[in-house]
Design a protein around this ligand. Structure first.
Ligand code: ATP
Length: 219
């Protein structure tokens, strides 16, 4: 490899299902930071969501199809292969070992996840392993963050992403994309076909595999 260390964006999520907001976030981050690669990391069990999510095989396949054709976007199935509750600190430790100490690793988060950060396992250790880049999600402000998160931003917040491998919190803009997987699942369960909110081919995948349908016997 020549010259500068690789810059890698990491987008974790339940992706239940992947939607246009996820792809827009990755594109905006790509434009802001010039990543060599953005890895999409579907969770095994999203322990904080407290409900059973769709089979990880389907969630991974939907991600694979949604990002096909986007240069530099890659599916990384390690969290599903590892199984059990997904903890980001474990994933970042593995990636740091594999990619080496110089790689610039950047964890990408929407504002809902930043607000939630202090509930994550060993959240303070995340910044020893990666940077965190945050974008605002419509309706979810970046003002008046929970106190421990505010303290972390005060200590680590920077205006630009440095070439260091880890350690800062930066913010990037994106056009608001008013969609959430929760709302999409509700729409699909109600029999709607929200094609414009899903990457191409995903609505067909959902129909082919009878996902997000009421359990039989229910109206
Ligand atoms: P749910 O509604 O089930 O909580 P979600 O739509 O938030 O799901 P996740 O898979 O949990 O989807 O999100 C993965 C990442 O993408 C998170 O960091 C989240 O903040 C971000 N994200 C999700 N939707 C959007 C959106 N519309 N705009 C910007 N970021 C988003």
């Amino acid at each position: 490899m020549s010259g500068r260390p690789p810059r890698i964006g990491l987008l974790g999520g339940t992706f239940d299902p992947i939607h246009i907001g996820h792809v827009a976030l990755a594109r905006a981050a790509q434009a802001a930071y010039g990543f060599d690669e953005i890895r999409f990391l579907p969770t095994a069990i999203s322990w904080q969501k407290g409900e059973t999510s769709t089979d990880p095989g389907h969630r991974m396949e939907m991600v694979r199809q949604a990002i096909a054709g986007h240069r530099g976007f890659v599916l990384d199935g390690r969290e599903v292969r590892r199984g059990g509750n997904t903890y980001t600190v474990d994933t970042l430790s593995e990636l740091r070992q594999e990619l080496g100490r110089d790689a610039v690793l950047v964890l990408l988060l929407g504002s809902d996840q930043l607000r939630n950060l202090a509930t994550w396992r060993r959240y303070r250790d995340l910044l020893a392993l990666a940077h965190i880049a945050v974008t605002r999600r419509e309706q979810i402000s970046l003002a008046r963050l929970p106190e421990p998160v505010e303290a972390l931003v005060a200590e680590h917040g920077r205006d630009t992403l440095p070439n260091a491998p880890s350690g800062t919190i930066v913010f990037f803009g994106m056009p608001f994309v008013p969609v959430s997987a929760t709302h999409l699942r509700e729409q699909l369960l109600a029999g709607d076909r929200p094609a414009t909110l899903l990457p191409q081919g995903i609505l067909d995948y959902i129909a082919q595999h009878s996902l997000y349908r009421p359990a039989s016997g229910q109206p």
